[in-house]
Design a protein around this ligand. Sequence first.
Ligand SMILES: Cc1ncc(COP(=O)(O)O)c(C=O)c1O
Length: 430
Amino acid sequence: MHPSRPLDHRRFVQQTVAGFARHINPGFLEARKSVTEAGDEAAVEWEGEGSILRDATGREFIDLLGGYGIYNLGMRHPEVVAAVEAQLHRNPLHSQELLDPLRPLFAACLAAIAPAGLTRAFFCNSGTEAVEGAMKLAMWVTGRHHFVATSNAFHGKTLGALSLMGKDRYRAPFEPALLRCAHVSFGDSGALRDLLTRLAAADDLPAAVVVEPIQGEAGAIVPPDGYLADVRALCSDYDVLMVVDEVQTCLGRTGAMFAVDHWGVVPDIMTLGKSLGGGVLPVGAVLSTPELWRVWEADPFVHSNTFGGNPLACAAGIAAVNVTVRDDLPAQAAKKGQRVLQDVASLADRYPDVLTGVTGKGLLLAMHFASDEIGYAVAAGLFRRGVLVAGTSANARAVRIEPALNIADDLLDAVIDRLDSALAEVSSAR
Ligand SMILES: Cc1ncc(COP(=O)(O)O)c(C=O)c1O
């Protein structure tokens, strides 16, 4: 049963807008201008299923944003909901002392699909926490306390993960409280080689090189073929750990189970999050090998938490992995992604003054616009046409296409038609 919409939806919408202004942060109303201004009333979300999101006034949107990568299975996938519901009535959180049975089951599911050898898992509640865990593991194993990351990298915003941040806007205000981290250009293995050579000569090698296999927040940037294999080889040569952050790319998003699988690369440590909870619960994980994990064996409380790997989260995660494998969501993402990439590229040919290109892999794609202003106008136009993308007033030059991997083909047809119409409108207004 779906909950019915609020009776006085107008008041409900006004209350939500006022509540954001008064108690959350009025800045959000400006930052989410495309949803607060594009219609007569701000869009306040109410319910969703699959790739359809409805707001409190009953307007329907095709979800092309996928919660920035959490909805690989779509919203409220029935099998994930059923698994979580069953667990909710049995034992939602764990005692913290008895052995909780779902945690090793979930870890075994991940070991079965992860690159060879990554058979140990630590569970947490977000991608950022997974990155923190990976950093601590790398520091603990190597005894070194600094890192190398890449330009425009995004790994989260807590102080450890923020140290790796490639965007000054988020990192600069918190320096010098962050861990030392050198940044090299993403996709340039020559630059990494030069840096590691210099650091080795100064006897100052880092604990790890941390890299996204495909950059999500930077605008769906795919590195050149061979890049990740080069990073792997350099890390091995210099005895530095390779951490791959698959928080946004995991569970089929880019057309392979993990993005590293496109290039057959096996990292030392991998971080997961976002879609790992099946779009129902927040779940993060650090995966690594028994060899590296050994440092945590003597005292498993050196890195622990209260809620990570809780029964509800594990039930959601196990169901998410099962659906991903059974429905071959990586293959679905590869096929649909190829089609969308081609369709959007043809639109870029027709509206070159507006849409300058499309990048990405699988269903982690981004449209690149001539300016923030134009990107925002297209995002708002899409929104008015019932398609949800993230169009922020501050950063809309790259607008991601990141729908559910099982999105129906006819919804993608509708998206392309509506995008064509939104682009035509923006182009003719120029
Ligand atoms: C690659 C990557 N790592 C880490 C994070 C942080 O994850 P969370 O927001 O769940 O903490 C993100 C979020 O966008 C991400 O894309």
